[in-house]
Ligand binder design. Structure first.
Ligand code: UGA
Length: 462
């Protein structure tokens, strides 16, 4: 099929490249000429493993191209995907980009009377596709939906594994205005081997929010359990969770073999969730509920637990060092998760801010994030290019992102080079690694004995 994809962002370009790789003819559209140029040159304007490799052959074979000309792209296509960003503005999603793009597509539809399918891929709150998008399209096209098709098709791509997630999806959700629209989109996805769920447009929009809200809930539940374990001598969150995972409802045993479903990776405590999706989507869903006069205490709790993570980790560090003023703190990891250079809503930002407020001297190291310009604005931080320069003379190491690389470091030598070998492991990333006996290791969900904690414990038990 001939496809136009509007928005050369993370979702748009992965979708466009994946569809071209499956044999479709795709034109990407973006109003930023730099994104168009770099796409046509085979260089994705953001880091995503495997994308460049997937892009090269489809460009070479002429199955994908990029342009700033929306009208020519839409008029040559059978299906147009809307994959523009929907950032949060004052707690609500900003639909300006979606409205503008819908208007442009509608103007193109006005120039022909042939049937054309418009598919919303951007994450939008329920009701957006059948109101804002439909009305804008109809107004600009001068004709009613039905003379063109409309679908809502949420994406479930994870940064870092987006290419794999796109090419091997676990489900495709098709919210359809009418059967013709749904059937056409299903036809486009024929090369994919997975269940297709046909729903109403609003269900499709809600499925996306419910999915991300569930992931965030599991993470905040695990983090709350970590806090409780940290306050309870004799408990260790990892031991507790490892036993919890063995519940057959979480890890079924099939033909004598126990499965380890991916969902378990969200039942782990850490520094909290971040990135461009979970924080934004939980907040948008919460506000969506408020607008309907609903309290959403679970979502409120999920956000409150997450917001408290940076302070919690900094407090543990402060407890271990006595005070943070003038202390050299080495932060390991800046991106919101390993395998990505994305720092949007990364817990590292809040942690670094708090360290600065407490007048610590902050050094940072990340295997992938190299550009810090303007990202961490409130204080001077010292970027380091190796673990050695990061840790020499440091008073503490604080692990914020679970990069597997950190496990490979020579921690014996690194600890020896530190002024005080205190490690606060915000992701339990070094779990099971042997550290020198002089090192103080403080993991998440692990009770750490200090004089103060022992005194508190004696008070509680009295
Ligand atoms: C998430 C969803 O997983 C995708 O299904 C969805 O398509 C995407 O949002 C989206 O809406 O576009 P992503 O933001 O790439 O994908 O991140 P995840 O891999 O899900 O991780 C989210 C956050 O949770 C990260 O900050 C990660 O560090 C954190 N996390 C994850 C934890 O804090 N603890 C865990 O146990 C697992």
């Amino acid at each position: 099929m001939r496809i136009a994809v509007v928005g050369i962002g993370y979702v748009g370009l992965v979708t466009a490249t994946g569809l071209a790789a499956k044999g479709h003819d795709v034109t990407c559209v973006d109003s930023h000429p730099s994104r168009v140029v770099s796409t046509n040159n085979g260089v994705p304007p953001f880091y995503e493993p495997g994308l460049e490799e997937l892009l090269a052959p489809v460009l070479q074979e002429g199955r994908l191209r990029a342009t700033t000309d929306l009208h020519s792209a839409v008029s040559c296509a059978d299906v147009t995907f809307l994959a523009v960003g929907t950032p949060t503005k004052d707690g609500h999603i900003d639909l300006t980009g979606l409205r503008d793009a819908s208007e442009g597509i509608g103007e193109s539809l006005a120039q022909s009377d042939s049937w054309h399918l418009v598919v919303v891929k951007s994450t939008v709150v329920p009701g957006t596709t059948d109101t804002l998008v439909r009305i804008t399209l109809e107004h600009a096209a001068g004709r009613k939906v039905g003379t063109f098709g409309l679908c809502m098709n949420p994406e479930f791509l994870r940064e870092g594994t987006a290419v794999e997630d796109f090419l091997r999806p676990d489900r495709i959700v098709i919210g359809q205005w009418d059967q013709r629209s749904g059937k056409t989109l299903a036809e486009l996805y024929r090369p994919f081997d997975c269940p297709i769920v046909f729903t109403a447009l609003r269900d499709a929009e809600m499925i996306k929010y419910a999915s991300n809200a569930l992931l965030a809930t599991l993470i905040s539940f695990s983090n709350e359990m970590a806090d409780i374990c940290e306050a309870t001598p004799g408990t260790d969150l990892d031991r507790v969770m490892n036993a919890l995972y063995l519940d057959r409802r979480l890890s079924p045993v099939i033909e004598g073999r126990r499965l380890s479903p991916g969902i378990l990776s969200y039942l782990k405590a850490g520094c909290g969730y971040g990135g461009s999706c979970l924080p934004k989507d939980v907040l948008a869903l919460r506000n969506f509920a408020s607008e309907r006069g609903l309290a959403a205490p679970v979502l409120d709790g999920v956000m409150a637990v997450n917001a408290a993570r940076p302070a919690r980790l900094v407090a543990r560090l402060e407890q271990a060092l006595g005070c943070l003023e003038g202390m050299v703190v080495a932060v390991l990891g800046l991106s919101f998760k390993p395998g990505s250079d994305d720092m949007r809503d990364s817990p590292a930002l809040g942690i670094i801010d708090l360290l600065c407020q407490k007048s610590a001297i902050v050094r940072v190291f990340d295997p992938c994030v190299k550009q810090l310009n303007g990202v961490v604005s409130s204080c001077p931080i010292v970027p380091c290019s190796s673990p050695e320069t990061l840790l020499v003379g440091a008073d503490a190491a604080l692990i914020v992102t679970a990069w597997p690389d950190f496990r490979q470091f020579d921690w014996n030598t690194l600890c020896m080079s530190m002024r005080r070998p205190v490690i606060v492991d915000g992701r339990n990333a070094l779990s099971g690694i042997s550290l020198p006996s002089q090192a103080t290791y403080i993991g998440v969900g692990k009770y750490h004995f200090t004089e103060e904690s022992l005194r508190n414990e004696q008070c509680i038990n009295r």
